[in-house]
Design a protein around this ligand. Structure first.
Ligand code: NAD
Length: 247
């Protein structure tokens, strides 16, 4: 590990523009389970696809039941060492923005301005109408849910969903464009805590590499893209990035 962290330190020192790309693994030390590790969410639930959510009140009710079952976990989560290390490099002017697959709001909580967190898969800490996009607080959804099941929008009567991107749902266009531009413009791209199997998000490391950036992958298990990386640190994220907190 020590030599990996030293090499990472050299690469960070040499880089002008670092773009981190984060997945569920950066938040496991914050108490939020990832998807694919043993005990992860997918070993318990089959995901509800967007088409099912749109088509069925039962699916919407189930989707909100699952979200409320996770309520305390998301509400109690605080940024971990990985989030704090990235926030330190952001404050130091090395990181223009973070690209994340996470929906937990922890990069914002660690000090990134909201406009510098590019959320490819949305955010689960609030809700939106799938028709007109009206935003809602989860407290409002919960009150309505308890009375009457999964609610519809008070403006246009379409269903209200967590502000996340489900399987089968369109990727957010502006975020995809911004993530593309950042990946192409950086000289160091660090993929952190992602199994790199969910597309199109998993395309960004390769895009950065092809545009000339160095690629670092930090993940405790092998990923799909280890073979194209300049440095793979197969270790715990908190321990690996802990030395960069507060720099
Ligand atoms: P994933 O579950 O597929 O992969 C997470 C990877 O992180 C795994 O390979 C695991 O080995 C590794 N990992 C976990 N804890 C680690 C640690 N402490 N140190 C080092 N490595 C660690 O997650 P993904 O690639 O982000 O894709 C899953 C999708 O699920 C994402 O699109 C995301 O939207 C969503 N999701 C988000 C959250 C969240 O917001 N925190 C949580 C679960 C799932």
């Amino acid at each position: 590990l020590r030599s990996g962290v030293e090499r990472l330190g050299d690469m960070i020192a040499e880089a002008k523009t670092i773009v981190p790309f984060t997945g569920a693994g950066i938040s496991t030390e914050c108490g939020i389970p990832d998807f694919r590790s043993p005990g992860g969410i997918w070993t318990r639930y089959r995901p509800i696809e967007f088409g099912e959510f749109v088509a069925s009140q039962d699916a919407r009710d189930e989707s909100w039941r699952r979200r409320f079952a996770m309520e305390e976990i998301f509400a109690a989560a605080r940024p971990g060492r990985g989030h704090r290390a990235l926030a330190s490099l952001y404050r130091a002017g090395k990181i223009p923005a973070v690209i994340t697959q996470n929906i937990d709001n922890l990069h914002q909580a660690s000090g990134f301005a909201a406009e510098h967190v590019i959320e490819l898969h949305g955010n689960t800490t609030y809700a939106r109408c799938i028709g007109c996009g009206q935003a809602y607080q989860l407290d409002w959804v919960k009150r309505r849910f308890i009375e009457d099941g999964a609610p519809n929008c008070t403006v246009c009567d379409e269903p209200v969903k967590t502000a996340t991107i489900s399987f089968g749902q369109m990727m957010p266009e502006e975020e995809m464009q911004r993530a593309t531009a950042l990946s192409r413009a950086c000289d160091l791209f660090i993929a952190i805590g992602s199994s790199l199997v969910v597309w199109p998000a998993a395309g960004f490391p390769m895009m950065a590499k092809n545009a000339g950036a160095r690629l670092v992958i930090i993940n405790r298990e092998p990923t799909e893209q280890d073979d194209i990386a300049d440095l793979v640190i197969r270790h715990d994220i908190g321990e690996t990035l802990g030395p960069f907190v507060g720099n």
